[in-house]
Design a protein. Structure first.
Length: 532
């Protein structure tokens, strides 16, 4: 029994019995069913999907990385830097040099690194997904030196100007002026060492895109002008115009001006002498550089200034034109000529149209009097009905010109009058321009009065903003009104930052009112009175 049990146990690993009674040997290397392998494969696929999802999130969330930026550009998922309109610019805060030093001067190295990623990311995305306020640099800065931009720098065309704050020398700006090749000579001539650049609110939007702390603890900020407008001194045409860059070179990175280049620029470029007056370089509003075309108005020439040939041609044209009778009010009572006392009134009543047959003379009343002949001789004939003589239309024009003669030189395109002597018209305030934009001006004459702040000046024009209840602050509907005034040749427009007031004696004449796509009402006017 024991031997049989041992033999069966010995054969257990070599022989087994099937369900149908057939005996066979156990195969130790049998084929697995593959369930474990499929499980591992599915988990690998899940991990791959998770990695792809996380990778795509990282690429889209971090476009400031050079590799991510190149990939997104190839996939056409990024837009080129765009030019912003002043009314559609991203929300931000305007910081003066002292405020810039207070904001970024106390940051640690880690905070500066995180802030640089956030600022550059917002600029690359054109601030579409930006939730924070964009820091804008304002103030007066002096040019230390310039370097040209190339394909090996952050932007490929233009100049980078190293600026130092006049009020806070610890703050340096490297402003990237990107422009086309045709504007590069004018750009280089304008950015001379010692030239002062005035960054003002809200004409200039110089956004901070990079922060750098120098070894001497000075703060150098990289800024980009989001409006890419025109800059000039305000005394003549714009000095140069900017264009947004087509692409960015993130491999070169920011800052463009390294710490070792600052001393070289300061030593190589000597500023202007103290005796030489520096001109302020500021951005010029688009309405001044490229004003919206207005309807052409014929030049008004006084009647007494017409030459002999012109007067003869005018009389010829009046003779050839049909004569129009003067209009009389319907209910006006006709005035009869004076008749001596005792003369009976004629029976017919004067009519507006002439009667070809004169009315018969009434016979005098015969009374018993010793001298009937003398009474009959003293009685005059009744006056005939008054005949209305047609008058030419040009009579009123001549009288109007003689009443308010324009004080204008022959070269002026429109007349200029003494204060209070301009032709009559509707006097409006800036708040009423919205209604005027709906119904348009037509052939009526409108004047504009109010208190305004000058935000831009140049090329014989000035851009004004109506002031609200608080001086210098356009509030309410006045914040959406912009007045572009054209001044006569030979007169100097008011400088930027000044405040002017116009009343009923010296208003501006409105030429057109247009509403822009951004909702801002542009009121185009001109100066029609001379200064007191």
């Amino acid at each position: 029994m024991i031997s049989d049990f041992l033999s069966d146990k010995h054969m257990a690993g070599k022989k087994y019995y099937g369900y149908h009674g057939h005996a066979g040997h156990r195969n130790g290397g049998g084929t697995p069913d593959g369930l474990f392998g499929w499980t591992v494969f599915i988990f690998l696929l899940i991990g791959l999907v998770f990695l792809c999802w996380m990778g795509s999130y990282y690429i889209f969330a971090r476009p400031e990385k050079s590799a991510n930026y190149r990939l997104l550009q190839r996939l056409h998922k990024l837009e080129a830097p765009q030019r912003f309109e002043i009314t559609a610019a991203p929300r931000g805060e305007f910081l003066k040099p002292g405020q810039l030093l207070e904001r970024f001067g106390s940051m640690t190295a880690g905070e500066i690194r995180r802030a640089n990623d956030t600022l550059l990311r917002g600029f690359i995305r054109n601030y579409h997904q930006n939730r924070d306020l964009v820091p804008y640099a304002v103030g007066t800065y002096r040019v230390i030196g310039t370097l040209p931009l190339s394909h090996q720098t952050f932007c490929d065309s233009g100049f980078v100007a190293l600026l130092q704050a006049v009020e806070q020398p610890e703050i340096l700006l490297e402003q990237l002026f990107t422009a086309n090749e045709k504007n590069l000579p004018a750009l280089q001539r304008a950015l001379l060492p010692g030239q002062e650049i005035k960054l003002e609110k809200p004409l200039d939007l110089s956004a901070v895109v990079h922060i750098d702390r120098l070894p001497d603890n000075r703060i150098k900020l990289s800024t980009m002008p989001l409006l890419y407008g025109s800059y000039g001194s305000g005394q003549g045409p714009a000095s140069f115009s900017l264009e947004p860059p087509d692409a960015l070179n993130l491999e070169a990175g920011l800052p463009v001006v390294k710490a070792v280049d600052i001393d070289q620029l300061a030593g190589r470029n000597s500023p202007k002498t103290k005796g030489e007056k520096n001109s302020h370089l500021t951005r010029i509003a688009d309405e001044v550089v490229q004003p919206t075309p207005e309807p052409r108005i014929a030049r008004a020439i006084p009647v007494q200034q017409l030459p002999t040939s012109s007067a003869q041609s005018a009389r010829t044209s009046v003779t050839n034109t049909p004569m129009v009778a003067r209009a009389l009010p319907v209910n006006t009572t006709a005035v009869l000529p004076a008749i001596p006392v005792g003369t009976p009134l004629p029976t017919p009543i004067p009519r507006a149209t002439p009667d070809p047959t004169p009315p018969p003379t009434p016979s005098p009343v015969v009374t018993a009097t010793p001298k009937p002949t003398l009474l009959a001789a003293a009685t005059p004939k009744a006056a005939p009905s008054p005949v209305i003589t047609p008058l030419p239309v040009t009579t009123n024009t001549a009288s109007s010109s003689a009443t308010n003669p324009p004080l204008i030189a022959p070269s002026q395109p429109w007349p200029v009058y003494a204060p209070g002597q301009m032709p009559r018209g509707a006097l409006l305030s800036p708040s009423e321009s919205e209604e005027l934009a709906k119904k348009e001006i037509g052939h009526e004459r409108h004047y504009l009065r109010g208190r305004f702040s000058v935000t831009a000046s140049g090329n014989g024009k000035a851009v004004l903003r109506p002031q609200g209840a608080l001086a210098g602050l356009p509030i309410g509907q006045s914040s959406k009104i912009r007045v572009i005034v054209e001044f006569p040749t030979g007169t100097t427009p008011p400088a930027e930052g000044n405040t002017i007031a116009r009343d009923a004696l010296r208003p501006f004449q409105i030429t057109s009112v247009k509403r822009g796509d951004d909702g801002v009402i542009n009121v185009y006017a001109r100066e029609v009175t001379r200064g007191e």
